[in-house]
Ligand binder design. Sequence first.
Ligand code: DER
Length: 238
Amino acid sequence: SSVEASKRLAAYTAVDRHVLPEDKIIGIGSGSTVPYVVERILQQGEERNRDRVFLPTGFQSQELITHAGLRLGDITQYSVLDVTIDGADEVDSDLNCIKGGGACQLREKVLAEAAKTFIVVADYRKNSSVLGTTFITGVPIEVSPFAHSTVLRSLRTKLGSPKAILRMGHAKAGPVVTDNSNFIIDAPFSEDVMKKPHELLAKIKLLTGVVEVGLFCNIVKAAYFGNQDGSVTAKLES
Ligand code: DER
């Protein structure tokens, strides 16, 4: 389908431009686009990948790395990564992202911030101008289970997200539990609020019990979107 082809296009372009021979410590994100990133890195050959190490952003990412026969690394061994590549749920015109559709945003943001270069790869559906217009289920917020009801109440009554909701499992009774044993709240906000994601991020982060917020601001160096016509759109840090 053209969505999968566009994911592959974005991933291949990003790897070709940003995973260079000198890049050895590489962060691998989560979701359905990053498998194409690993696919392209494998095509660089065993010789090139022999002395590289790959850091995962969660269980799914770890499985992707180990099943590809690539060497797994731990963030505690490396304080800086050369490059991290990850997907996103939506990217606005200033390279701010909503992330956390896969409930992995805590480790994703750690590896994104620890990298010299953080790159987003996505299909055309994620290419947006204002956050919240294509990804409409809300900002994913990882919370301590103990505090989930108090955080929900604050979001609904003080931060302007009356429809904030605890993310429930589909093939699992009860709420989704993250790789860090926390819960996820999805909190939709008005378009005006989403036009200033940095301000919203700061407000949500201050709520007691919030572990991490799926708003990535001033972190992305470049985002690549595969298009239905086979072209690639690049949004670059200005
Ligand atoms: O949860 C995330 O932020 C992931 O990166 C994910 O949402 C990206 O999704 P996709 O690559 O499967 O579209």
